[in-house]
Every structure is written in C-alpha cells, then in structure tokens.
Design a protein around this ligand. Structure first.
Ligand code: MTE
Length: 313
C-alpha cells in the first residue's frame, strides 16, 4: 500500500511463507515432536489447525479452506499501529475495543449513536465466510461474525439526497503509535456508494471465528466488503456519515493514481507497480488466479452495469 515499499517488504515474507508451506506440504510439521517447539513461529492453517475456535464450516462456498485463527490475527494491515504486518497484533494487544460506540449521521432522518453491544443484541451476528483480497496481492479466507450494514442504515433512514456513505476510524494517538506517521491523512477514512453499502454482502463485523473481534482485526466494529480490495474494509469504525458527494478516502488521497474510489477486485486492471492477475493465498505454496470481483461477480456485477471498470478502478 505504501507508495514505495511493496517488493522489499513482501519478498522476505514470501520466502518465509514458502518455506513454511513447503515444510507443511512435506508433512514434516504434523506430529513432529522435534518441530513442535517451533509451531508458533511456523503457524498452522485450517482446516487442520488444532487449537482454532469452532466455526460452522471449514471452507468458503468455493471450497477454499478457511485460514487459521493464528494467521488471520497475526498478519494484518493496520497502519494506525504499524506498517509491519507481523507487528500489529503485539502493538494492538491492549487497545480497548469495548465499550465501543459508532455514530451514524449526515443525510438521515434519525441520526443516532449506537453502542456495539446494543447492535449485537438487535442484530444477532451471523457467520460469514469471506475471501479477503488485499491490493498487495495476498489473500485469506476469514470466518467473520456480523450483520449487514443495511440493517443499521435502515434504522437511521437515509434521505433521498444521500448517495454515498463515509466511514471513519477512531483517532487515538496515545494508543495507536502509527498515527505519528505524518504523511498519511489521518484519520483513516473510506467510502461506498449507497447501493454498495446496502448490498447484503456488505458486513459490519463484530467477531471472528465465532468469538470477539480482536483489536488487530478491527474491533470494536469494522466494515467488510468482500468484492473490493481489502483497504476498503475499514477497521475500528466510529463514524458513518451519509453524504451527497463521493467521500475522500485515505488511500486515494495518498496515491490517487494507484488507489481509486471503487477498488473492486479486478484481475484485468493491474496496479501501476504490480500485476493483479494472481494472488498469494496465505498458507498456500502456489499463487492462484485472482477472480473477478474476488469471486462475488454473480452477486455484485449488476451494481456496475454500464460502467467502465478501467476508468472507475
Ligand atoms: N483500516 C484501518 N483503519 N487502517 C488500516 O491500515 N488496512 C486495510 C484494511 N482496513 C487498514 C484498515 C487493508 S490494506 C487491509 S488488506 C485490511 O484492512 C486487512 O485486514 P486484516 O488485517 O483484518 O486482514
């Protein structure tokens, strides 16, 4: 994501993961007393990860295995803490995710502030197993708990002038050391068109693997938009504003030629500095083809009928 880094940052991790996957593929890890001491370093992937909390299914609807809890919660993008994906969990460990309030306002009939615990009571979280495809070309399969964003938007009743939804992450410099990086236009913000926000796949996630949403994964509450690059899935949301104009977003402000507003996963439109045709699924040895709309084409292509997806990237 950062304007200069990717190849140097990604390569060592790739080598590391490949080695790890090779060991796993060779069956050395399973049941090996000698290597058991290394297990936390090596990680373990679903469906065979023994300590993972219970989930209803071990694959997504395409049959792809769900990633392990270990991988999902120890390889994160969360620049408010650090740009080091493997350092987020440690730095975010004590971040307070409860109680958590989210304010929904702007072009709505009933502006309201909701406590996440009340939302959970009103809309009992359901499990949604989604692929997450980062713009940096790595991906995971994640079993979220949550409810459609549309349920909250229905409560506040957007007015007929509302065309977009803007989301904002909490800004707590004392607890989030990454906010000291002055070159990002904090707070992190993102946006969706109202019809994208109302789509049933668009989730407000409040949990993971049947349990709570840990801080590094975006607790108190985060957005998950599975057909878009991961940066649209904004974490630790405290403000949701209905607007008439297309909202600014942190990434399109930072590098407008690289990150567009729509950011739909599209293997045919390369990032200016790398191909988006394939991806590295965390826990797998070989790269796999990236799917149009991250595999959700049937459900969402209609939202973009008639639009030039090269121009509206
Ligand atoms: N939200 C905030 N507030 N800050 C971030 O840095 N990173 C984004 C997105 N949401 C980010 C964020 C990016 S680039 C990705 S790929 C996903 O979170 C990663 O989510 P994960 O760490 O839960 O896998």
């Amino acid at each position: 994501m950062i304007p200069k880094i990717p190849s140097s940052e990604i390569t060592p991790k790739q080598v590391y993961l490949s080695r790890r996957d090779f060991i796993k593929a060779a069956g050395v890890l399973a049941g090996s007393a000698v290597l058991a001491a290394c297990a936390p370093d090596l990680g373990e992937n679903a469906p065979s990860a023994p300590g993972d909390p219970a989930i209803s299914a071990k694959t997504d609807e395409l049959g792809d295995p769900v990633n392990s809890y270990q991988d999902i919660t120890n390889y994160n993008n969360y620049y408010e803490f650090t740009t080091d994906k493997e350092g987020v969990a440690r730095l975010a460990k004590d971040f307070q995710t409860s109680p958590w309030d989210v304010e929904v306002y702007g072009l709505v009939k009933n502006p309201r502030k909701f406590a996440v615990e009340d939302l959970i009571k009103s809309f009992p979280p359901e499990e949604r197993i989604y692929r997450l495809r980062c713009v940096e070309a790595w991906s995971m399969v994640i079993p979220w708990m949550g409810f459609p964003l549309s349920k909250v938007l229905d409560l506040v009743e957007p007015t007929s002038d509302a065309k977009y939804v803007r989301f904002e992450t909490v800004f707590k410099p004392d607890e989030m050391p990454g906010l000291k990086q002055p070159w990002y236009p904090w707070p992190y913000q993102e946006g969706l068109r109202l019809d994208e926000a109302m789509h049933d796949l668009t989730l407000l996630a409040t949990g993971l693997y049947g349990g709570e949403l840990p801080p590094q994964s975006g607790g108190g509450i985060r957005l998950v938009v599975p057909w878009k690059y991961g940066f649209k899935s904004i974490k630790a949301v405290v403000k949701i504003e209905l607007t008439a104009e297309q909202p600014r977003t942190l990434w399109s402000d930072t590098a407008p030629n690289e990150y567009g507003f729509y950011a739909n996963v599209n293997p045919q439109v390369d990032h200016p500095r790398w191909s988006q045709a394939t991806e590295r699924r965390i826990g797998e040895f070989q790269r796999r083809d990236t799917l149009m709309f991250n595999g959700y084409e049937e459900q969402v292509a209609g939202l973009y009928a008639g639009m030039d997806l090269r121009k509206n990237y």
